[in-house]
Design a protein around this ligand. Structure first.
Ligand SMILES: NC(=O)c1ccc[n+]([C@@H]2O[C@H](COP(=O)([O-])OP(=O)(O)OC[C@H]3O[C@@H](n4cnc5c(N)ncnc54)[C@H](O)[C@@H]3O)[C@@H](O)[C@H]2O)c1
Ligand SMILES: O=C(O)C[C@H](O)C(=O)O
Length: 358
């Protein structure tokens, strides 16, 4: 049954690899924790590489994001990838430096790297497009203040994606104002299905999970089902009405555990709404590590599915409007969560339905 057994020292831990004969799978066991057993497809049955575009790849989010993609954090530990990295001519040398580092890092899943300033070359054949390229806001600016700089970028990149990306390409817009840029992309790439164009509010979702975890002194992995309604802007509405914490005694409601409505209605909401500005104030640069990680979370859940009983927030396009909703994902498709008593939604929706607010 077991055709091959390898014991390899990786750092301080001992991993065992078992190739199951007549099976496309390899079993990985971590000897520090034998419960950590993973199944990977073996190279004999390797998947075809997925082509992932990252625009603005020489920038700070790009620099954090491309190694995550090459390590399998976005698409899974058995999914080979080919990275398409786009930036503008003044950043060409820096972009080439990123490519050199990707080669030097010898990522086993990375089957090719295209680093280019040609938008057509960058978009050709891509299955996933993460649109990060653009001008970030600086201290004292709102996200809408970078709108004019970024709108023209999105028109031309939309046309290139429409003409040259793979059929059914999934698009995630990260660059601000993310919801407006996604709307422009949708307008200028009319043949890309609306359901394939999304924008990033997962960072706000993760920020909300982080705030609840700190407030209750629980593991962030035990908190779920917060919601970000609206735009990726200071008008967004972080909502914990249906959020829960997994405890030894079962699932508990976040509002019941927090027991502090005043904080939930004011401090919590404004902290999440203003977190981007707080990071800019502290770092003098906008969030990059957390944005890159959240972009991976967004695509991974969209492609691989959300865990049973868990929803996540995505900026999506139902009925021509880019708006963040709670969604579940199955078979590469997102579905807005239905049937909950989302009492806040009808109140908030009209206030937030205009596109491109700060
Ligand atoms: N949605 C979110 O949650 C979220 C979070 C953080 C940052 N952002 C936004 O993401 C964007 C990128 O942030 P960053 O910190 O990486 O900025 P950055 O300035 O470090 O990098 C941006 C990169 O985009 C490149 N670029 C500019 N115009 C381009 C074009 N036409 N085509 C391709 N590349 C182009 C720049 O040369 C640069 O390398 C900003 O708009 C920022 O506000 C969004
Ligand atoms: O706040 C910003 O301008 C950057 C980004 O949108 C964020 O939320 O961190």
């Amino acid at each position: 049954m077991i055709s091959n057994l390898l014991n390899t020292l990786i750092g301080t831990s001992l991993y065992c690899y078992f190739q199951l004969s007549a099976s496309p799978f390899t079993v990985f066991i971590d000897s520090r924790n034998p419960i950590l057993v993973s199944l990977f497809r073996s190279s004999a049955m390797a998947k075809d590489p997925v082509r992932v575009l990252v625009t603005g790849a020489a920038g700070q989010i790009g620099y954090a994001l491309v190694p995550m993609i090459a390590r399998g954090i976005m698409l899974g530990p058995d999914q080979p990838v080919i990275l398409h990295m786009l930036d503008i001519p003044p950043a060409a040398e820096a972009l080439n430096g990123v490519k050199m580092e990707l080669v030097d890092a010898a990522f086993p899943l990375l089957k090719g790297v295209i680093a280019t300033t040609d938008v057509v070359e960058a978009c050709t054949g891509v299955n996933v497009a993460v649109m990060v390229g653009g001008f970030p806001r600086k201290e004292g600016m709102e996200r809408k203040d970078v709108m004019s700089k970024n709108v023209s970028i999105y028109k031309s990149q939309a046309s290139a994606l429409e003409k040259h990306a793979a059929a059914n390409c999934k698009v995630l817009v990260v660059a601000n104002p993310a919801n407006t840029n996604a709307l422009i992309l949708k307008e200028y790439a009319p043949s890309i299905p609306e359901k394939n164009i999304t924008c990033l509010t997962r960072l706000d979702h993760n920020r909300a999970l982080g705030q609840i975890s700190e407030k209750l002194n629980v593991q962030v992995s035990d908190v779920k089902n917060v919601i970000i309604w609206g735009n990726h802007s200071s008008t967004q509405y972080p909502d914990v009405t249906h959020a829960t914490v997994t405890t030894p005694a079962g699932e508990k409601s976040v509002p019941e555990l927090v027991k502090d409505d005043e904080w939930l209605k004011s401090g919590f909401i404004s902290t999440v709404q203003q977190r981007g500005a707080a990071i800019i104030k502290a770092r003098k640069l906008s969030s990059a590590l957390s944005a890159a990680s959240s972009a991976c979370d967004h695509i991974r859940d969209w492609v691989c599915g959300t865990p049973e009983g868990t929803w996540v927030s995505m900026g999506t396009v139902p009925a021509g409007l880019i708006y963040s909703f709670p969604v579940t994902c199955r078979n590469g498709e997102w579905t807005i969560v239905q049937g909950e008593n989302f009492s806040i939604f009808p109140v908030v929706f009209p206030l937030m339905s205009s596109q491109g607010r700060s």
